[in-house]
Design a binder for this molecule. Sequence first.
Ligand code: GDP
Ligand code: MG
Length: 598
Amino acid sequence: IDQSLIRNFSIIAHIDHGKSTLADRILQLTGTVADRDMKNQILDDMDLERERGITIKLNAVQLTYKAKDGKTYLLHLIDTPGHVDFSYEVSRSLAACDGAVLVVDATQGVEAQTLANVYLALDNNLEILPVINKVDLPSADVERVKEEIEDVIGLDAQNAPCISAKTGLNVDEVLEDIVKNIPAPTGSINNPTQALIFDSYYDSYRGVIVIVAVKDGSIKVGDHIHFIATDATYEVTEVGVRTPREITKDELVIGEVGWIAASVKDIKDVHVGDTITTLENQSKTALPGYRRMNPMVYCGLYPVDNARYKDLRDALEKISLSDSALTYEPETSQALGFGFRCGFLGLLHMDVIQERLEREFDLDLIATAPSVIYRIVKRDGSYTSIDNPASMPDPGTFDHIEEPYVKVSIMTPDDYIGAIMDLCQNKRGEYVDIEYLDDSRREVIYNMPLSEIIFDFFDKLKSSTKGYASYDYELIGYRESDLTKMDILLNGEVVDALSTIVYRQFARTRGNAICVKLKELIPKQQFEIPVQAALQGKIIARTNIKAVRKNVLAKCYGGDISRKKKLLEKQKEGKKRMKAVGSVEIPQEAFMAILSVD
Ligand code: GDP
Ligand code: MG
């Protein structure tokens, strides 16, 4: 391979602007995937990605492109997710690249994650190539979007390719731009070997597979790879690339992006962000790696069947290989037994992990109400951090509580500014500024408690702006707040897994709403169940779940047997994610009740 003909790039964009579709067209245009094997969003190979129509995991493929200059280039394309919760995947992809193709939807313009991803690319010193997509749509406004890219981002967009990733129009211009403007990798085959691990996953036959970008030197089958951070050494059994089909090769050389198998059985030896070198051509130093992401939301994950605790531990260990932003630690709950306190980047991340654990490891899980990290500050100014409302100490034993605040930036057409300000105000937001983006769009900035953002802010924002606004946020620190723990009692007993920390002024309304919601969600049982919300033992809201009156099967007796079977099956299905707490059966949804009340 001629190193000067290698190009490594990512495709970045706001969600839905067309990254995965552009990747499809590039794979097709370069003949990497034959037309008859083509399907939409081909790189979104996880079932969950296909069902939800979103990219969750980054994906790296190798392809060749014969450019107009007559030379054949070797390209590595890394597709990335667009949702905020997965920005960690983006920053890892970018560290493996030399350039980024920035896709902007010609009907939408620059959105919050367009900007966030540009910052990530700049952090990695990447060449950024703007591309204007969806020009086939009647509402495309290419000139306005070009101006926006220049004004808001500060990139020259005059010569940006104007494409339709859907029809393939002008996609060849993007490839030409890539080979002309993205630099070739700068390392050397003669330098000590350094390869950046930017992803990994567990394969039950071959052990841990690591995905690397080789920055210097080479890695051959039979070489002894050394993980610098964890100081572990293994012999390489296989290396290869994906096209997106997995292809095995004899070696990976400088500039290549591919996978390595080395019978790595101990998952703990592999850290995404670590550097691999070889004993045959050893480097003493590691590549910079990247900043660790800190989880923003925590919840407890418990197996419905207590006997499967060890399986859950195993599953978490394996899944965290391919998702290094996930954290987990054992915890116990009086109500739910043994489980893990898990940390996530956001609610979508939490939801995706729970679903992946259930599908890929055949587990049934209960997730408890999510919580941010609070600081309990003592009189001497020292503090302890808690990520579980159940571990909040009694009032009187500390001075005050602090909660995380974020600076939220919302990009919106100006028609919705009023609605957005109302929403932010209702969520305890503190107005900071409104900035001008162009004639018809503004950036609204508020400081707000993280907990208010995480819960249903996104849905509310979407519905109050018809989906036209986008947002991004960053942590700005902790602030004192008037917060208190709210307990939920079922049948007179506090259920620790249902406790939440609430803003005192919201407690009564929230308490009421949760009780009503629980009444809806918890199936009737043989006896009446009082549902109560309490602050420090003082009841602030209550309702009752009435006892079942008659056998649900009674009306089927003598009737249609298949209908009876169906009913029983339906009940069994419903039982799957149910947990008996004392004498009450609680379904999964009940633990999420806090999210859907307001
Ligand atoms: P991603 O979230 O950035 O990966 O976006 P996708 O590639 O999944 O595309 C989001 C939606 O936009 C899909 O429904 C695509 O079919 C559609 N789309 C992508 N590119 C174009 C385009 O050039 N024209 C039109 N009309 N639709 C497009
Ligand atoms: Mg995608």
